[in-house]
Design a binder for this molecule. Sequence first.
Ligand code: WQD
Length: 336
Amino acid sequence: MTILLTGGTGFIGSHTASVLVEAGHNVVLLDNFSNSSPDVADRLARITGERVVLVKGDVRDTPLVRDCLEQYACTSVIHFAGLKAVGESASRPLDYYASNVQGTISLVQAMNMTAVRSLVFSSSATVYGVSQYLPYDEKHPTAAINPYGRTKLHVEEMLKDLCDSDPSWRIACLRYFNPVGAHPSGLIGEDPQGIPNNLMPFIAKVASGVLPEVNVFGTDYETPDGTGIRDYIHVMDLAEGHLAAVAYLERNAGWQAINLGTGRGYSVLEVLRAFERTCMRTLPWVAASRRPGDVPTSYANASKAAELLGWRAHRDLDDMCASTWRWQCNVAGKAT
Ligand code: WQD
């Protein structure tokens, strides 16, 4: 199959590309490089031994997307392109709606023009909002509490309406929990510009001496050690989940929302200690006030992905830290 990956040189996109190519698929990466680098394509070629097609462009350029789908005879799409910082979305909501909602409308219009109607959408557990019960399963009420989460929820619901209107569509909305880690080669990984918002890349920069200490946002939550609990999932497990979703859509039409998580939560301090074991140095941290919008605990009921996709995460927290550290020491921050 030939699969178009929008946002394909980004963190999740590039790892998914490596897994798809190694599974024998052809991939076309479409990216505007607003939060990634074109040289990811070269590093992917070093990993897989295959050249990938790289197209510079924005998913909101509907004619460009249509031409890509036709020129490369794409059979399905995985849609990663979008803005994804929760805090930033509160200060730039219009940019988030333009990028995430308008971008998806443009994409599915181009897909409709070319009769490509198999779509995996990069969604997020953020759509669940504050938990009414845990672990989150796909039946949990959705109630996003920030503009970023609302854009993901609007897109999910728009895609469901599309499937209800035309049974030829095949759509899987994958609700990611907390993607972390890097490819075992150390050649691709999470490379946020500036000061990382997310915990794991922030810890990695403290471990490498780039940042002085970790600020632990809240030590008074109702959790065993008082710090926030999240379901961290290795990006390679996540990538394999996308491969399984593409295969599922070859056999099944309709709309599905599917959690991609491990079903296990770790606290901030547990992650910090795991990283200390990896880098073999003590990591300085300070207790800081809670971050607005954070929930105390979030972790997945991952049984639907196992039943529907035949997929489960299998890499553990030490794998996540070790691969992050290898990436941080090799390339992160130095990538052109
Ligand atoms: C994890 C835990 C923080 C940084 C976000 C998005 C989600 C997804 C993943 C896009 C929390 C604590 C963090 C720090 C800290 N992104 N923390 N000090 O907020 O769970 O999820 O990223 O899809 O949609 O919401 O991830 O890594 O920011 O935070 O103490 O410097 O680490 O309070 O408990 P989060 P995170």
